[in-house]
Design a protein around this ligand. Structure first.
Ligand code: FES
Length: 335
């Protein structure tokens, strides 16, 4: 079994166990969220030991060259010495430029990187870290890249006891500092104008990314059908109605629907039931993992090709079962 050294911790990684799970088993708390290589919250630096290719999949060239890996995708092939990444290797500084209330439960927050020009694709996401609790959270980008003056906007949903959302709703001010890791994710607008239609399904604050992709397609002279379904728990949770109506007035090939849902499978049946087949369509999915999973399966059954299903399930971090309590974990933070 490979021996792992991480700071003052010495432990072994079991066969078929990834490094992140080995951290958890040893009660070492490092930042994480998705546990499947998507969010990049768990980035760690390899001081010595061999690096397997999958553990660097999706990382930037700079992070790869400086021996960073994603522990959730790393199955050690030999002994390794690891350390926490330097915060400046992972995050850039940005400042809040606007805060807008979109509904009682959703705020839009925009921010601008301090130094560099940031290029991103519509639908990608960013990781945000604040000094409030040093935790990393992922948010879909809800605007389009505008060249060197580009800002990034995100939609933040109020979560009961959510440290970051409470801050956004109650205390955030223009000019406040954020640490941002971007842009991330492969769930972005394909810009493929040859597809037969685009179906966008979003739940909750996933509407921000879905709307941005619909808008970018229509503005990019996509003339075939674009259908957007916003799934909400109750009518009060719907937002962006004016924007959706304006888009449908401006582009006759755009339609939207607000669906109130308490059961993902019924909701998916109702959305896809209108289509006999969706051959050569693109399907974009943002939000509730249950809804995303059920939609992926149904889209496949309707003839959508695997590469035309673009999905981003909003997974929320869970406390690994090894942690019985906060005091029980060796809390680690970025250095
Ligand atoms: S990439 Fe490792 S936890 Fe998300």
């Amino acid at each position: 079994m490979p021996k792992i050294i991480f700071g003052t911790h010495h432990f072994h990684c079991k066969d078929n166990e990834n490094l992140l799970d080995a951290f958890f088993r040893n009660k070492i708390d490092i930042p994480f969220s998705c546990r499947n290589g998507t969010c990049h919250a768990c980035v760690t630096k390899v001081v010595s030991g061999s690096i397997c290719e999958p553990s660097q999949s999706g990382l930037s060239k700079q992070l790869k060259e400086s021996n960073h890996i994603l522990p959730c995708r790393c199955y050690p092939e030999g002994d390794m010495v690891l350390s926490l990444p330097l915060i400046e290797d992972i995050f850039s500084q940005a400042r809040v430029t606007s805060i807008e209330e979109l509904s009682e439960t959703i705020f839009s927050v925009s921010f601008k990187p301090d130094a560099e020009t940031l290029e991103f694709k519509t639908g990608q996401f960013v990781n945000i870290r604040t000094k409030l609790d040093n935790k990393v959270r992922s948010y879909s980008i809800t605007n389009h890249f505008q060249g060197s003056e580009s800002i990034i906007s995100i939609h933040v949903k109020r979560i009961d006891n959510g440290v970051f959302s409470q801050w956004v709703f109650e205390n955030a001010e223009i000019g406040d500092e954020l640490q941002v890791q971007y842009p991330l994710g492969a769930s972005y607008d394909s810009n493929d104008n040859s597809v037969a239609g685009k179906l966008l399904i979003a739940s909750g604050s996933g509407l921000g990314a879905a709307f941005a992709i619909a808008e970018a397609s229509l503005m990019g002279e996509y003339h075939k059908e674009v259908q957007l379904v916003h799934v909400v728990k109750s009518e009060e949770d719907s937002y962006y109605l004016e924007e959706l109506k304006n888009l449908s007035n401006q582009y006759p090939n755009f339609q939207f629907e607000i669906l109130t849902d308490n059961d993902s499978s019924e909701c998916v049946d109702s959305i896809f039931g209108k289509f006999e087949l969706l051959e050569n369509w693109e399907v974009y999915l943002y939000g509730n993992p249950k809804l995303v999973k059920a939609s992926i399966q149904t889209a496949r059954n309707k003839g959508v090709l695997e590469e035309k299903i673009i999905s981003d399930a909003f997974e929320y971090a869970q406390t690994p079962e090894y942690f019985q309590s906060e005091e029980d974990s060796n809390k680690m933070e970025f250095v």
